[in-house]
Design a protein around this ligand. Structure first.
Ligand code: URP
Ligand code: ZN
Ligand code: ZN
Length: 475
């Protein structure tokens, strides 16, 4: 006897849409039946959800989050508990967070620490990429056991000198290793040393307001680093995934590489599709004393809409030069956290919180006619599953897959604001005042209903670690 049948809904997979009843037993989807079949066959499930007029989409997979990340002299304000609960509210049923190897630390110890932080605390399933914060003989050796641990991707930083920064020689060595092991190299592509010089010069001129964060992190810094990363990946034959892209010119580099059949991928984030330097960090925050702009300080930075960066991100998603939209969820409160940089933008902790809104925000691309329904699902669930070795279990509604399903109301409405819908542990919303179409009605994780029409039914500890396989995009 099935545990759950979701009737009358429209199932949307990356491959297309179909009217079907979805049958769930235990944690798995066991069948897709013609609409009405489940009822006539008298399957008598323990629970029925009527999804008439609603979409059934595979649970969202946010492949770039930083729960409780120590960064900028503080910790990201969402813990694994609060952040994964907020994710569930927004239709995300899996996150891939970043385990951190700090300078002077063993990779294995960093990974173990992150397991300790997440285990027993998550509302939804979770996995890890590994940050290699110091490339040396030991960390290169440690990379050899990552795949066995289910961690098949790692991140390096061309930015943040003195923190996570890796120079070209280190990157080259890590990429050689990754190629041999089949690991996906994820790259924060900004020229950190040059950015730090520009930032120092701006500060010396008294230009210390949040606005100047984006000026120091000019698009040339992103384009240059993206090109360099592509060249190093090409030389070493390592697959490369550029994270949180925001500059038009950097996406052009990825498009150029892909046109030359290089195994290069790009990710953007909702903030680079909807938020801009003009609207969020414009002239008003240039003025001394207006600290509001700190809400949108993140790296890569918000860019100019007038210069076409936002439109270029949408274009990249349409042409598949960008394959994924993750959040880079790294929230900090204004009070006591962003405020650390009140006198100097260089001390503002970098990051924006969006884990709760990604599925809804991307749905606006469907509403606006920019992307199709299957592409929405592909960007938010299916490609993340394929890119990071979870496909089949996650990222698709089909028999045998985990019953990670979202009942989405296309005619619903979502108001975003710190006092309205927001469940993230933040004292502001980067998305304050967004009134958008669509609504996550029900979120189901491995057959368990976590969110049911405005009611939270999830539990801390329901979420399990997902041991990932190798990327499907390896050649
Ligand atoms: O501003 C950001 N992106 N903060 C999180 C750390 C990172 O670089 O991904
Ligand atoms: Zn980064
Ligand atoms: Zn990040």
């Amino acid at each position: 006897m099935p545990d759950l049948i979701i009737t009358n809904g429209t199932v949307i997979n990356a491959t297309g849409t179909v009217e079907a009843d979805v049958v769930v037993e235990g944690e798995k989807i066991v069948g897709l039946l013609s609409p009405g079949t489940a009822e006539t066959a008298e399957l008598q499930p323990k629970k029925i959800i009527d999804a008439a007029g609603k979409y059934l989409i595979p649970g969202g997979i946010d492949a770039h989050t930083h729960m409780q990340m120590p960064f900028g002299g503080t910790n990201a304000s969402d813990t694994f508990e609060t952040g994964t609960r907020a994710a569930a509210w927004g239709g995300t049923t899996t996150i891939v967070d970043f385990a951190i190897q700090k300078h002077g630390e063993r990779v294995q110890d960093g990974l173990e620490t992150w397991h300790g932080l997440a285990a027993g605390n998550c509302a939804i399933d979770y996995s890890f990429h590994q940050i290699i914060g110091e490339v040396n003989n030991d960390s290169l050796k440690a990379m050899e056991s990552l795949a066995d641990e289910g961690v098949t991707s790692y991140k390096m930083f061309m930015a943040y000198p003195g923190v996570f920064y890796a120079d070209d020689a280190q990157i080259l060595r890590a990429m050689q290793k990754a190629r041999d092991l089949g690991l996906m190299t994820m790259m924060h592509a900004e020229n950190g040393p040059a950015i730090d010089v520009l930032a120092e010069q701006l500060a010396a001129q008294g230009k210390t307001a949040p606005y100047y964060h984006g000026i120091a992190r000019a698009w040339q810094m992103e384009e240059e680093a993206t090109h360099r990363a592509i060249m190093l990946a090409d030389l070493t034959d390592a697959p490369l995934y550029i994270v949180h892209m925001s500059a038009k010119q950097a996406v052009e580099q990825v498009a150029w590489a892909r046109d030359k059949a290089k195994n290069v991928f790009g990710e953007t984030c909702p903030q680079y599709l909807y938020l801009s330097l003009e609207k969020q960090l414009g002239a008003r925050s240039e003025q001394w004393g207006d600290f509001e702009g700190a809400k949108w300080v993140c790296s890569t930075p918000l860019r100019s809409e007038e210069e076409g960066h936002l439109e270029a991100m949408w274009q990249g998603l349409r042409t598949n030069d960008l394959q994924m939209v993750s959040t880079d969820h790294c929230p900090f409160c204004m009070k006591d956290q962003k405020e650390l940089g009140k006198d100097d933008f260089r001390a503002i902790p970098n990051g924006i919180g969006s884990v709760e809104h990604r599925v809804d925000l991307l749905y606006q691309g469907v509403v606006d006619g920019r992307i199709s329904l299957p592409r929405w699902v592909e960007l938010t669930s299916t490609t993340p599953a394929r890119m990071f070795g979870m496909y089949g279990t996650k990222g698709v509604i089909q028999p045998g897959a985990d019953a990670d399903i979202v009942v989405y109301d296309p005619n619903g409405h979502t108001s975003i604001g710190v006092d309205k819908t927001h469940h993230m542990n933040m004292d502001y919303s980067a998305w304050e005042g967004f009134e958008i179409d669509g609504h996550v009605d029900v979120t189901i994780s491995r057959g368990t209903v976590l969110v049911d029409n405005g009611e939270y039914l999830g539990t801390k500890g329901h979420g399990r670690f997902v041991k990932r396989g190798l990327s499907q995009y390896l050649v």
